[in-house]
Ligand binder design. Sequence first.
Ligand code: PHE
Length: 357
Amino acid sequence: MDDLRDKYIQLIADAGDEAALEGLRVQAVGKKGEISLQMRGLGKMTPEERQVMGPKLNALKDEINSALAARKAALGDAALEERLRGEWLDVTLPARDRRQGTIHPISQTREEVTAIFAELGFSVAEGPQIDSDWYNFDALNIPGHHPARAEMDTFYMHRAAGDNRPPHVLRTHTSPVQIRTMEKEGAPIRIIAPGRVYRADYDQTHTPMFHQVEGLAIDRDISMAQLKWTLEEFLRSFFEVEAVELRFRASHFPFTEPSAEVDIRCSWEGGQLKVGEGDDWLEILGSGMVHPNVLKAGGTDPNVWQGFAFGIGIDRIAMLKYGIPDLRAFFDSDLRWLRHYGFAALEQPNLHGGLSR
Ligand code: PHE
């Protein structure tokens, strides 16, 4: 019994980890362990032998159990020590820089656009991203059967079975804000309405969610010439180059008459997009004189008031200005991309400081 005791005390002292210790526990005092088997042998002994051996075996078992527990505690302490050494951290070190986020190029662009139009006397209006089909289509002179509805790749909201009202839509453009502003403010009006819009489309220059800024100016004597001047002035300021070259293309929108789309001269060389040079044209906005039916829908008398409206793709002009070749990257939330293209926080764009320092 002394040999048994010496053997296990030594093995326990040498055990390097908890798994080895558990192996020894099973081997010594587990159900079929060496000491347990000896204890089972007590039954075959004479009462006298049993009286001597019983307490001795019990004492041995207790000794082994407490040796196991002591060793286990020691191993635990050592492991904790080891971890504390390894995971040591100096909390007095200065914070890492570059922990601050950056302003997303879309937010930056939106602020720049707002700053420029603010100087021209336009204030900011807003509308909901989920809108009724009346605001998104009908009020804008796009009746139910009109092909423009299909062309816009509209996302429709769900209606409960049996509810036959027309479904709400994710707005396909910011133009419904024209109607809402007319209803709310009445003429004269001079607003821009930046925000998110949605269409089911996806490639290098299209994403299902993108951004537009609507412009609306209504007064008694607003003309197409003023629309043209306003857009030229805006684009020159925005791109911070005198050489911005625009192409006004006769076009059609149900909510403007006449209508013009505006393309900007650019080059795409080597995947790099540059404004003001090259032989390519990129469409960046739609515009025109507000259709009398739209004025009427907004409660504005077309015999007294007239106006111009435009819708600019914010993401498009951000790509152009900052040389970002793929629109989809805007919405990937890739930190490396955001650090590369993002802007320092707290630097508000304004015209007197230079828009994009
Ligand atoms: N709403 C149009 C679009 O999404 C743009 C536009 C706005 C055109 C205002 C004319 C006037 O394409």
